[in-house]
Each structure stands twice: as structure tokens, then as C-alpha cells.
Design a protein around this ligand. Structure first.
Ligand code: ATP
Ligand code: MG
Length: 365
């Protein structure tokens, strides 16, 4: 039965290293929530089975990136003594739950999911969508509900997934009795972090689009990526007035800059508004703004990069941490599955009442 515990669950697909979009969209928040003491449990998982739905012919990519994501987690401050970190495929209960949920969702409902629609287009799947990919919102509902998660910190693209999960929970509880918990999404409070654009100015920084600044990028790579970022193509001479809209450098400043950064790196401007005003007026070159952004990025990413290097020294220990996490996660998921089977009346062998009642009925016939 549902109790009043507050439980966090989120995950990432091991399709590449994690980037600053993940960081501002979800990862940073998770670490804060983990350390806040406000939640009873935190589960964070590496969604390898989901990654395979659109990488079925590339299992090596998924296999190699599990450790990359785990290292990024640890580097950002996810702490296995406070959070359960696990790998999706190692929890078979999640497949079982998805299988039952498939009966609660219609094909047309899945077809309406806007995120899945966009992702199908992005992957040129229109003519031949793998069934597993098409139904991944259902498996995601299983991931969330198996742990009775109340709170899912994620980027904006996950909103339709959470809504789908909520519908499944309502339908399940309606038919089988109050068993599952309805999750809520926790979106970033800073609007630009809902969906951080790529360095190329495209709508979303995404591993699959190759427009990322990775958390583990060396300092010189970060420097290079910032310097070649998309700005305002009509801002050619320093004296030209510049546009802020669609200007990725300013979007990143919206996401990352704080007043103390100005004091340290750009004391001639009191704040971001003044910097923006000067850019819009004309007379402020892209390079100066990019240098400022690069300094901020290095300050934010430097400690993450250093911590990652430490964890990289003991890879077997990281796998051991994941193994233990899987064990703990499996216990929780398996307890939920017991409740689900009971609610769905498929718990034959531990239902003594059923057997006794049927024995009686048959003996009377
Ligand atoms: P893929 O291209 O393989 O789908 P991805 O970069 O979209 O990878 P996911 O693993 O699908 O990353 O997403 C993990 C989490 O990070 C989700 O909560 C998602 O909302 C968030 N996220 C991903 N990209 C961004 C972004 N550009 N801005 C904000 N949040 C993001
Ligand atoms: Mg994605």
C-alpha cells in the first residue's frame, strides 16, 4: 500500500557521457535533493535496457557507457551511501511490470506522446519503429512505479513520460485497488535549464546530436567548444548591435552565471542584465563574452573533472558499488511486484484462501 514516504527516482541512458544539459536539467538538482535530508530514499539508475531500444545493433556502445555515466554520477556528488545507484537491466521485475502495464495503455495514446514523436523523427524511425522504442514510456512508468517514486527530477522532455506514468497508476489503482503511487516531475526552476540548447544553437543539447559540452571534457576542449559556440550570425563587427534571442552563449550565461562570477572575472559589469544591455546596444564583442563564459564553465566543471579522475583510479570499486545498488533496488522492486501480483490476482501459490475456497467448492460439486 502507498504510505507517505517521499522517494526520488531518476535515470539517464548510457548512450554517451553526461553533458552540461543533464547537469542543469537534472543532475545538479538530484545531488542537492539527495543531500537535503527531505527525502526518505533516492534511486538513480542507468537506463541500459532503454538505451538498447534505439541502439539494438550497438550493444558495445551501451556497455561501455554504463561506467561513463556511473563515473559522471560520482563526480557530480551522487553518493552511494545516500542514494541507491543501479542498472536497469539487472532488475527483471521492471520487465514484468511493463508487461502488465501494456494492457493499460492504447496504441493511439502512445502515438500521441510528443516526445516520442520528436524522437522517432530524430532517429528516422518513421517507417520502422522498434516496438520496444515505441513502448518505452510504458517501461519508464514501470521504472518509476516499481520504486513508488513520488518525485522525478528531470528536464522538460520528460513531462509527457511522467503524465503517461500517472495515467497508468490511476488506471491500475482504479481497476485493482490502491497499490501504486502517482509520481510528480520536478522541473528545473531556471527556465533556460528546462532544455539547454546545444553548442550549435539547436533546440536541445543531446548525446545523439553531437552538440554537447561533456562534464568530463578536458579544460582545453571546453575552451575550444565555448569559443566556437553559436551566437548571433548578424553580429559581425564589435560595434554592431547583437541579438540575445537564440544566442547560445547568453543562454548558457543565464544557466550558469552568478553575481560572484562578475566580481571575479568581469568586474566592469555589475550583473548579467548590464552585460546583455551592452551587447544589444553594440560595442561588445562575442570573444569577450565567450571568455567570461569559459571562465565560469571551468570553475563549475573543474572540481567535477578532478573528482572523476579519482574515481577512475578504481573501476572495480565502481562496479562493486553498482552491484550493491542493484541488490538493494531489486529488493524494493520485488516487494512492489508482490503487491502488484496480489492486486492483479495472479499470486496463486501464496493465496491459501483461494486454494481452500476452491477445494471446498470442488468437493461439494
Ligand atoms: P539521448 O540523446 O540518448 O536521448 P539525452 O542527451 O537526451 O540522450 P537522456 O539520458 O535521454 O539524455 O536524458 C537524461 C535526463 O537529462 C532527462 O531527465 C532529461 O530531461 C535531461 N536532459 C537531457 N538533455 C537535456 C537538456 N539539453 N537540457 C535539460 N535537460 C536535459
Ligand atoms: Mg533523451
Amino acid at each position: 500500500m502507498a504510505d507517505n514516504k517521499k522517494i526520488i527516482l531518476t535515470g539517464d541512458r548510457p548512450t554517451g557521457k553526461l553533458h552540461i544539459g543533464h547537469y542543469v536539467g537534472s543532475l545538479k538538482r538530484r545531488v542537492e535533493l539527495q543531500n537535503s535530508g527531505l527525502y526518505d530514499k533516492t534511486f538513480v539508475f542507468i537506463a541500459d535496457a532503454q538505451a538498447l531500444t534505439d541502439n539494438i545493433d550497438n550493444p558495445e556502445k551501451v556497455r561501455q557507457n554504463v561506467i561513463e555515466v556511473a563515473l559522471d554520477y560520482l563526480a557530480c556528488g551522487l553518493d552511494p551511501t545516500k542514494s541507491t545507484i543501479f542498472i536497469q537491466s539487472q532488475i527483471p521485475e521492471l520487465c514484468e511490470l511493463s508487461f502488465y502495464y501494456m494492457d493499460l495503455v492504447t496504441v493511439s495514446r502512445l502515438q500521441r506522446n510528443p516526445t516520442v514523436k520528436t524522437e522517432i523523427q530524430m532517429r528516422n524511425f518513421e517507417a520502422s519503429i522498434p516496438v520496444g522504442f515505441f513502448t518505452y514510456p510504458i517501461s519508464q512508468a514501470a521504472d518509476i512505479t516499481a520504486f513508488k517514486a513520488t518525485t522525478v527530477p528531470a528536464g522538460e522532455d520528460q513531462e509527457p513520460m511522467i503524465e503517461q506514468a500517472r495515467e497508468i497508476v490511476r488506471r491500475f489503482n482504479h481497476i485493482y485497488g490502491e497499490t501504486l503511487v502517482e509520481p510528480e516531475i520536478l522541473l528545473p526552476t531556471n527556465a533556460v535549464c528546462l532544455r539547454l540548447p546545444g553548442t550549435d544553437g539547436k533546440a536541445k543539447m543531446s548525446k545523439s546530436l553531437g552538440n554537447c559540452i561533456y562534464l568530463s571534457d578536458p579544460a582545453d576542449v571546453v575552451e575550444k567548444k565555448v569559443k566556437s559556440m553559436y551566437t548571433d550570425p548578424t553580429h559581425i563587427k564589435v560595434s554592431d548591435p547583437g541579438k540575445l534571442e537564440g544566442n547560445t552563449v547568453f543562454t548558457y550565461l543565464d544557466a550558469f552565471s552568478r553575481p560572484d562570477h562578475f566580481e571575479r572575472y568581469l568586474p566592469e559589469y555589475p550583473n548579467l542584465d548590464e552585460l546583455k544591455a551592452h551587447y544589444t546596444r553594440g560595442g561588445l564583442g562575442d570573444m569577450k563574452v565567450k571568455k567570461f563564459l569559459a571562465a565560469i564553465m571551468q570553475e563549475e566543471l573543474g572540481p567535477i573533472r578532478e573528482r572523476r579522475k579519482e574515481f577512475e583510479k578504481d573501476i572495480p570499486a565502481v562496479y562493486e558499488m553498482l552491484r550493491k545498488g542493484c541488490e538493494v533496488a531489486r529488493e524494493t522492486a520485488s516487494a512492489t511486484l508482490d503487491e502488484v501480483r496480489r492486486a492483479m490476482k495472479i499470486n496463486y501459490f501464496d493465496d491459501a484462501e483461494l486454494i481452500a475456497e476452491q477445494a471446498k467448492r470442488f468437493s461439494q460439486e
